[in-house]
Design a protein around this ligand. Structure first.
Ligand code: UDX
Length: 451
């Protein structure tokens, strides 16, 4: 295929780059994963990924191997896309996989190659990658580029193909030209490419995630205030989001952010900043507020029963940190369920996709067949993840199945007035509950009269 080259990579980006017409070889050390991929099985849950992988494998543009050295015979570029989890104990990004991959790549290099970091890595990691390669292979020229990805789980393919921007961090002209070629289909679709320095690109990724995490935490705290003063957080979000300087996205109040990126990246940026003697107080607050919030959601449930949850059965709908993924990492459901159990409640749970993952980390939970099985004889139901199927529950059926019609909706998928009609005691986020007399807290204020 004209303009196609070989690229070594192993993730959603790899499949999407193959879909652009390039040749991609995905490399992973995990034999089981690679055998599964070669047998047509996708090891992660990502809507649309299986089709894109199958069609590109069929057309001979995408393949999988555990042998890195073979792939570098023809590759013009190598993407490092390994995980950078939080390091145990101190919250710094664990770069051991990145550096292990770098050493392997260095030893396998055949000629000038562009080495591109897609993994989220702290500022300065690209410098270290370059140093390692030059030390191990002084005979080979390389360009090391930072090219962070901004893909959301569950929407990764859409995000890859419709990016708000592509960030390319390098001053090497050869590398810039190659990245422009790789992303040409997106560029033709007018996705802006931000060419910048490597360190700046590395920081852009963290700053983006940290800013979005801050925005969510901000609206979550506004939601708490709304509950106390009798305001509606969704209308506040709409009212401020219409200001173009603020924007409407990432203003959905909820039980706190989770997932594999925001919590870990906020932590890592705080650590990097501290190392450089630049404390990030806003982010420190974001981290603490968000951690505390997830567990505090259990109090929303217990307050309906005047704090007495012992012996009650709580049905939890949604275990993943958000819909369209099987990922339960740092999901609000985990802290919430543990807190409910600590208060003496029995927990039944249902999630369309995430139950297998949840079983590995949650004990003493009764996993159910579907939402209706889950709510049977429950004293309260809590919506934790806004899966599409929880937005369209047969509410009469839910109410009749429950021992007590109490719903705590942590994603505001229902409207309080509708829930009242169905006879639920309904509590949500940043809106007044339907079941309690309104207790408005009036702050003291003064009026300045303008004459
Ligand atoms: C995020 C970034 O969006 C993505 O650009 C980056 O590449 C990886 O991290 P992801 O973690 O997949 O993606 O999910 P996202 O949709 O951003 O949601 C993260 C968390 O924030 C979820 O727990 C979600 O429920 C929560 N959230 C999001 C809110 O509580 N309110 C919102 O308005 C938006």
């Amino acid at each position: 295929m004209q303009g196609s080259r070989k690229y070594a990579n192993c993730n959603v980006s790899g499949a999407c780059i193959a879909d652009f017409g390039h040749h991609v070889i995905c490399v992973d050390k995990d034999n089981i994963k690679i055998s599964a991929l070669n047998a047509g099985e996708i090891p992660i849950y990502e809507p649309g990924l299986d089709e894109i992988v199958q069609s590109n494998v069929r057309q001979g543009r995408l393949s999988f191997t555990t042998e890195l050295s073979e792939t570098l015979d023809e590759a013009a570029a190598v993407f490092i896309a390994v995980g950078t989890p939080s390091r145990r104990g101190d919250g710094h990004a664990d770069l051991s996989y990145v550096y292990a991959a770098t050493r392997e790549i260095a030893l396998a290099l055949k000629r000038f190659t562009v080495v591109i970091t897609k993994s989220t890595v702290p500022v300065g990691t690209g410098d270290e990658i370059e140093r390692i390669i030059r030390e191990l292979r002084p005979d080979i020229d390389v360009a090391v580029v930072s090219n962070p990805e901004f893909l959301r789980e569950g929407a990764a393919i859409h995000d890859f193909k419709h990016p708000d921007r592509i960030v390319v961090g390098t001053h090497d002209e050869r590398a810039r030209a190659l990245l422009a070629e790789i992303y040409r289909p997106l560029y033709l679709n007018r996705a802006p490419i931000v060419y910048t320095g490597r360190r700046t690109a590395e920081l852009i990724k963290y700053a983006a995630n940290a800013f979005l995490a801050t925005k969510i935490t901000f609206i979550n705290e506004i939601a708490d205030l709304c509950e106390r003063v009798g305001a509606d957080v969704q209308e506040v979000a709409c009212g401020i989001g219409l200001d173009n300087r603020i924007g409407p996205k990432f203003l959905h109040a909820g039980p706190g952010f989770g997932g594999s990126c925001f919590p870990k990246d906020v932590r890592a940026l705080i650590k990097t900043a501290r190392d450089h003697d630049v404390p990030m107080r806003i982010l420190e607050a974001v981290e603490t507020v968000n951690d505390t919030r997830k567990r505090a959601m259990a109090r929303k449930v217990s307050s309906v029963f005047a704090g007495l949850l012992r012996g009650k059965t709580v049905a939890v709908l949604g275990l993943t940190f958000k819909p369209n993924t099987d990922d339960v990492r740092e999901a609000p459901s985990l802290a919430l369920i543990t807190a409910l159990q600590d208060m003496g409640a029995r927990v039944r749970a249902y999630d369309p996709v995430g139950m297998e993952q949840a079983k590995q980390v949650l004990a003493d939970v009764t996993y159910c067949r579907d939402p209706y099985d889950c709510v049977e004889e429950a004293d309260a139901v809590v919506i934790v993840t806004e899966w599409e199927q929880f937005r369209a529950l047969d509410l009469e059926r839910v109410r009749d199945l429950m021992a007590c019609p109490v719903m705590v909706d942590l994603r505001n998928v229902y409207r309080p007035e509708d829930m009242k009609k169905y006879g639920f005691a309904y509590t949500s986020i940043g809106r007044l509950p339907t079941h309690e007399p309104v207790k408005l807290v009036d702050a003291p204020f003064s009026i300045a009269a303008a004459v």
